[in-house]
Design a binder for this molecule. Structure first.
Ligand SMILES: [Zn+2]
Ligand SMILES: [Zn+2]
Length: 340
């Protein structure tokens, strides 16, 4: 079968590999759609690492069951694959914080992923797709949707009446705007470098938008728009400047949630302003069991809209993904979906 193999920064190739074999309890999924995520681009530009190389990338997988493993589901069932598998026995798992499992294995990062004709996954990682949902839309639930859901509802614990800023309104940020809306946010501000992404964020329910430009202070703009700053600021970019902007957009007592992955050291406010204003900065990572199901149900019910996607066949995906990682093309707020 064919698989998109990552060999190290800048090196990606479509190769012929052996069909995956199901290990103990594992399932085999014939891939129908696999999303390309910002973190895949970070592997390619060298700012993040996979567990080993070469490896098949792809952690936003939708497909049909070819071999059910321990899932108990029928052959042919349409499913998505939960991104991370936890051990169930480490200290964080015992606390129910499965997303922080000390032995977490992420598909497409720590084991072969779904940018291929088929993939072997733990049977416990399969979640059936509601019949009304297209595979490409369902695939956005496992990472973009569930990660945003975790950040807004569990890490930030955003409640009705609070104001929110979402910096970076691609796949994850677009979900975050909608989830904040659905939680009853009094006002949602979206900020991005991409005007098209901001237009889409407005259509999804953002009340105000801020185009990030070199001379623009996002914090000052947000404080003007919100009469003193937001209660919660989400950062989905992973750059030092945007984490700084998130913090500088807060009202005293506000909390900034860092979700984007990046490697730049932070430079931000001096300690006196942290203590005077009781600002908080928290990271948010992945999602918990149940988050993917919640997003799938909301997508099927129409209370969440999946990001627009552009689809490219596996045969042509290598060049498109490398162009994205080099910044030679932008996704304009839409998700790249690869279909075998
Ligand atoms: Zn991802
Ligand atoms: Zn664990």
């Amino acid at each position: 079968m064919r698989a998109l193999r990552f060999h190290g920064p800048g090196r990606l190739a479509l190769e012929e590999v052996a069909e995956p074999a199901a290990g103990n309890g594992e399932a085999i999924v014939a891939v129908t759609a696999c999303g390309v995520c910002g973190s895949d681009l970070h592997f390619l530009d060298g700012t993040a690492r996979t567990g080993y190389v070469p490896i098949t990338l792809g952690h936003e997988v939708a497909g049909t069951i070819r071999h059910p493993g321990v899932s108990g589901l029928a052959v042919g069932t349409a499913v998505v694959v939960v991104v991370g598998t936890h051990c169930g026995s480490c200290r964080r798992c015992a606390e129910g914080r499965f997303n922080l499992c000390e032995r977490m294995a992420v598909i497409g990062i720590d084991r072969d992923g779904g940018l291929a004709d088929a993939v072997a996954v733990p049977g416990s990682a399969l979640v059936p797709i509601p019949a009304s949902l297209a595979p490409g839309d369902a695939a956005t639930a496992v990472d973009a949707g569930a990660t945003a859901y975790h950040a807004v509802t569990r890490t930030a614990r955003l409640v009705a009446g609070e104001t929110a800023l979402v910096i970076g309104v691609g796949g994850l940020g677009g979900f975050a705007v909608q989830i904040a809306r659905n939680q009853g946010a009094a006002m949602v501000v979206a900020a991005d470098v991409d005007a098209a992404a901001l237009e889409r964020a407005a259509a999804l329910g953002a009340d105000e938008t801020v185009l990030i430009e070199p001379e623009v202070s996002v914090g000052r703009r947000v404080k003007l728009l919100t009469d003193g700053g937001v209660d919660v600021a989400f950062e989905f970019v992973g750059k030092a400047a945007t984490v700084d902007a998130a913090i500088k957009s807060l009202r005293p007592g506000g909390r900034a949630i860092a979700v984007g992955v990046g490697v730049e050291p932070l430079v931000t406010l001096p300690p006196v302003l942290w203590s005077n204003s009781e600002y908080q900065l928290r990271g948010s990572y992945g999602s918990l069991p149940g988050d993917t199901e919640a997003i799938l149900a909301a997508l099927a019910a129409g209370s969440l809209l999946a990001p627009p996607s552009c689809t490219v066949p596996l045969q042509e995906a290598t060049a498109v993904i490398l162009d994205l990682s080099h910044g030679r093309r932008t996704s304009g707020g839409s998700r790249l979906m690869v279909t075998p």
